[in-house]
Design a protein around this ligand. Structure first.
Ligand code: VG1
Ligand code: CO
Length: 551
């Protein structure tokens, strides 16, 4: 038997996981021992996995295959008994969550930088998911980071690469490595939740056309297996459905800026009825109707309000959870249904406890993430199927009609996020620090509402969260400024970028009057945008006169 090699190493600074794992430039990960140090720190932060199962896979981006070979050897050397690897190294984030749960694995390692660009000059990332299938909670990610600061050695094996293309089991050291089909388990789970007969009828009928843009990222194979092979949608419904290591040079972030091609198709005269896209690792979703983009916060609310039409959720929702910067649209549905709506910090890791404890069924984030208790990650293909199921159950109603009807019933939370990417780190930190310092002075301040009336600040704080299940406290999660007319501005810095800082400004205003709900979003938010500038001095501090991305 091959004995583990003990390789001496020294710590790298900065191996602290962010909103969703450790993300760095590929060139950073390519440094000798960099990946190994982090992986060993993960294993050192865990206990009790001798002989247990580890799931490994990624979004197919550049360096995915190299990293998988390294991780497999290290997992075997560290005493895992069985290592499950997605064929060709492919495994979407939600599918990884599904497989960890279904196969009773101890945990999993997912290689992805999600919506960040890939390729030799792009980004790479790695995250650990626990046995519930969800992102490691902060208790574990902080332990991994502390370990990485003191690491002196890692364990590996001197063995040949495994063949990632061939399904089946091989031995390495004392461990068995199983290369498995990455789409089957997830597709089977989807079939238990949705009315595949009704969706299939809709997609095969000819009167309804969909377009799914996989952005050359991981969802291509999942979309083909489900929409085409199981549900009978024409092959032409899929675009950019072959995963590429550099995502075809694109930015696999499903929003109107980076998925402009899909938006163009959906706004053309002969547009399909339904459009959708997913991101690098398949956990995000963008939903577009004909001439109509669905705001992710609205999408969560619409799905919640229509969940009774979907077999997997027809028995009712236990609760809803949304990240703090996500609009309050879902809260209104929760109130209507008589269930709780939990407000968590940004990042899916905060939903895990609520889902495990049965306190929430649906979860969502404004960043195009929606999911449920079927796994412990957000799930792009799941969200698309949910929408298709709703459309099948409300025949003749378009995506736009369904959303407008929702606004009429619940009111419209007019919402937008402005991102300032690649901003100077010192300037961005200064902006947030000064806002934090001014919180005490804000309540009572008056801001012009744009129609001659004024709104007063009623809430100004730095969001902190106490997990209702384990009591853990997370602080510093974003500056919230709330007004007496229900409007809100949130400022926070991204925890997923790799270059400089990204400032996110989240803006929302409630419009209950159906007569006024047709307004253009940026126009309707104009006074709030001006208030954000007055509060934070964004232009002067960042040197930018407009956001990089508006969603
Ligand atoms: C962003 C989003 C957040 C999401 C996270 C991971 O984080 O805002 O809602 O959970 O990405 O999504 P940040 O810290 O950059 O705002 V993914 O698809 O990258 O796993
Ligand atoms: Co993602």
């Amino acid at each position: 038997m091959t004995l583990p090699l003990i390789v001496p190493t020294r710590p790298f600074a900065g191996q602290r996981p962010g909103t969703s794992g450790l993300r760095k430039k590929v060139s950073v990960f390519e440094q000798p021992h960099y990946l190994e140090n982090f992986v060993q720190s993960v294993f050192d932060a865990l206990e009790g996995f001798a002989g247990a199962t580890l799931v490994v896979g990624g979004d197919g981006r550049y360096y995915n295959d190299v990293a998988i070979q390294t991780i497999v050897r290290m997992a075997a050397a560290n005493g895992f008994g069985r290592i499950l690897v997605g064929q060709r190294g492919i495994l979407s984030t939600p599918a990884a969550s599904c497989v960890i749960r279904k196969r009773g694995a101890f945990g999993g390692i997912i290689l992805s930088a999600s919506h960040n660009p890939g390729g030799p000059d792009g980004d790479f990332g790695i995250k650990y998911n626990a046995g519930n299938g969800g992102p490691a909670p902060e208790r574990i990610t902080e332990a991994i980071w502390r370990r990485s600061e003191a690491i002196e050695r890692y364990l590996t094996l001197d063995t040949a690469d495994i063949d990632l293309a061939r399904l089946g089991v091989t031995s390495i050291g004392a461990a068995q490595v199983e290369v498995f089909d990455p789409v089957v388990d997830h597709a089977e789970l989807m079939a238990t939740l949705f009315d595949f007969a009704a969706i299939g009828e809709l997609l095969r009928g000819g009167a309804f056309r969909m377009r799914f843009d996989a952005m050359h990222a991981v969802t291509g194979p999942y979309a083909r297996a489900i929409f085409v092979e199981r549900l009978g949608a024409p092959e032409a419904s899929l675009v950019d459905a072959v995963p590429l290591p550099d995502f075809g040079g694109g930015h696999p972030d499903p929003n109107p800026v980076y998925a402009a091609a899909l938006v163009e198709t959906m706004f053309a005269p002969d547009a399909p009825d339904f459009g959708a896209a997913s991101d690098g690792d398949g956990d995000r979703n963008m939903i577009v109707g004909r001439n109509f983009i669905v705001t992710p916060s609205d999408s969560l609310a619409v799905l919640a309000a229509n969940a009774h039409l979907v077999p997997g959720y027809a028995r009712g929702l236990k609760g809803i959870a949304r990240s703090m910067p996500t609009s309050r649209a879902a809260d209104r549905v929760a109130a209507h249904l008589g269930i709780a709506c939990h407000e968590t910090p940004t990042g899916w890791k905060f939903f895990g406890n609520l889902l495990d404890a049965g306190l929430a069924t649906l979860c969502g984030e404004e960043s195009a993430g929606t999911g449920s208790d079927h796994v412990r990650e957000k799930d792009g293909v799941w969200a698309v199927l949910f929408w298709l199921n709703v459309l099948a159950a409300r025949p003749g109603e378009s995506v736009e009609a369904i959303v407008r009807d929702h606004w009429r019933r619940f009111g419209r939370d007019i919402y937008s996020r402005h991102d300032y990417e690649g901003v100077d780190v010192v300037a961005a930190n200064g902006l947030i620090a000064d806002l934090r310092a001014s919180l005490g002075d804000l309540p009572g301040q008056r801001f012009d509402r744009g129609d001659g009336s004024v709104a007063r600040v009623t809430l100004a704080d730095d969001f902190a969260y106490t997990d209702p299940v384990d009591g853990s406290v997370t602080t510093g999660q974003g500056i919230r400024v709330g007004f007496d007319d229900g409007s809100r501005i949130v400022f926070r810095l991204s925890g997923t970028g790799t270059e400089g800082a990204t400032l996110r400004v989240y803006l929302e205003r409630f419009e209950p009057d159906p007569e006024k709900q047709g307004v253009e979003t940026q126009e309707a938010l104009g006074p709030l945008i001006a208030a954000a500038e007055r509060l934070a001095g964004i232009r002067g501090r960042t040197g930018r006169d407009r956001p990089t991305v508006v969603t």
